[in-house]
Design a binder for this molecule. Structure first.
Ligand code: HEC
Length: 143
């Protein structure tokens, strides 16, 4: 029996068709931004701007959904980040209890300090979320 192999253009065709098909999966398309219940407030306007630039897309109800967040599989990754980010800390659903607030601020300081947040791949796509060591130190001091 003759062995059949796919030609390169058949492989390309299959990839294109699969890419088209995954666009039909509804997950990650809703781009919901629920109402802001209680916005976190920062005394320093500079702090407010930096946090908005670097954290709001995943940790608030004011996510700016970029064009590529409409395209699977990136849309899926964006959705998971926002769902997880909001569930850990939501700057639009800020707690009213001072001790709980302080606990979150301490966590923010820790993850900014160790470079965990904002995630590196986010910074690639959002240059205004990229801070110098001095800016980071200032941000941490003002939080
Ligand atoms: C691209 C989305 C995204 C951005 C932007 C982002 N985060 Fe996160 N953040 C996440 C996700 C997802 C998690 C949960 C998984 C994890 O901990 O890595 C998280 C977790 C956290 C946690 C909880 C971690 C812990 O150990 O307690 C804190 C605090 C946090 N982020 C702070 C920030 C701060 C501050 C910024 C801005 C400087 C920021 N994040 C920017 C997605 C994001």
């Amino acid at each position: 029996m003759k062995k059949r192999r796919l030609t390169w253009w058949q492989v390309v065709l299959i990839i294109v068709v699969l890419f088209g098909l995954i666009q039909l999966i509804p997950f990650g398309k809703a781009h919901a931004n629920p109402a802001v219940v209680n916005a976190a407030v920062w005394d320093n306007p500079q702090t407010a701007t930096m946090i908005r630039d670097a954290c709001y897309d995943c940790h608030s109800n004011e996510t700016v959904w970029p064009w590529y967040s409409n395209i699977a599989p990136v849309s899926w990754l964006n959705q998971v980040d926002v769902d997880e980010g909001r569930s850990r800390m939501n700057l639009s659903e800020w707690p009213t209890d001072k001790a709980v607030q302080q606990n979150l601020v301490n966590r923010m300081i820790r993850v900014i300090q160790n470079g965990q947040m904002p995630p590196f791949y986010y910074v690639w796509m959002h240059s205004n979320a990229s801070f110098t060591a001095d800016q980071k130190a200032q941000l941490i001091q003002d939080l």
